[in-house]
Design a protein around this ligand. Structure first.
Ligand code: HEC
Length: 210
């Protein structure tokens, strides 16, 4: 698809510093020969592989900061499959902690493909030791007190879309009972988790700005 294999974990690893340095899959997925095989559903495993840093880029009438997400310890692309999506959110909150209207910006890390696997919609995954920069900026407003960055992981985004559409279409070719489909949908829609969240008082972000 789009000149790449649907699953290309081995080549992603082989062409990276890990593959070149013979740091095997097992060293991360089977530490101490234990068959853990933890992956994208495990927040601690994912945290062990990504690093976040934030840098203010506020201006005179602009509130802004860059969130850099680095693939610092995943032995292949982050994420490696087409099934998960990672959603980055930036927004401003006021004194009561509510999201201020018009300040929410989002970006997505992943490789999104159509349900029939005929087309790749985008591929923003992060190769080993590379970063994704989320450049957040909005006009300064009096009500804003803090800037918030959140990163959410939807490990089953593709499956979720798939089951949702199957339930809707009542697809007779799907060899699954409706009850089972609904059960599957419930599992895939409930698997998301918050990977990262940090709040920055605007006073701090604007400290160097005159
Ligand atoms: C340096 C550590 C490291 C190495 C080496 C590594 N992985 Fe991973 N792997 C991770 C981390 C961390 C994740 C979770 C984040 C993600 O999904 O990208 C992961 C996720 C995965 C997933 C996704 C599983 C899921 O839950 O969807 C697969 C499949 C996988 N790895 C296979 C491999 C294979 C095959 C190799 C060797 C060719 C390999 N990994 C080498 C760290 C590593």
């Amino acid at each position: 698809m789009n000149g790449k294999l649907l699953v290309n974990t081995y080549m992603e690893w082989k062409e990276s510093e890990y593959g070149k340095g013979d740091i095997a899959c097992q060293s991360c997925h089977m530490p101490g020969r234990r068959h853990l095989f933890r992956g994208i559903h495990d927040p601690d495993m994912v945290k062990s592989g990504v690093t976040f840093d934030v840098e203010s880029n506020a201006g005179v009438d602009r509130v802004g900061a860059k969130l850099r997400i680095t693939n610092s310890g995943v032995g292949h692309y982050f994420p490696t499959y087409v099934t998960p999506l990672v959603v980055i959110k930036g927004f401003l909150i006021g004194a009561r902690g509510k999201i201020l209207k018009g300040t929410l910006k989002e970006a997505v890390i992943g490789r999104k493909v159509t349900l029939d696997l005929s087309k790749e919609l985008f591929d923003t995954r992060i190769p080993p030791f590379k970063s994704h920069e989320f450049d957040y900026g909005v006009k300064r407003s009096v009500k804003a007190e803090r800037l918030v960055f959140e990163v959410w992981v939807f490990p089953d985004e593709f499956y979720n879309r798939f089951f949702e559409s199957a339930v809707k279409r009542r697809d007779p070719s799907m060899n699954m009972k409706r009850k089972e489909l609904k059960e599957a949908l419930k599992n895939t829609s409930g698997s998301s988790y918050l990977l990262f969240r940090r709040e920055f008082p605007l006073k701090e972000l604007l400290a160097g700005v005159h």
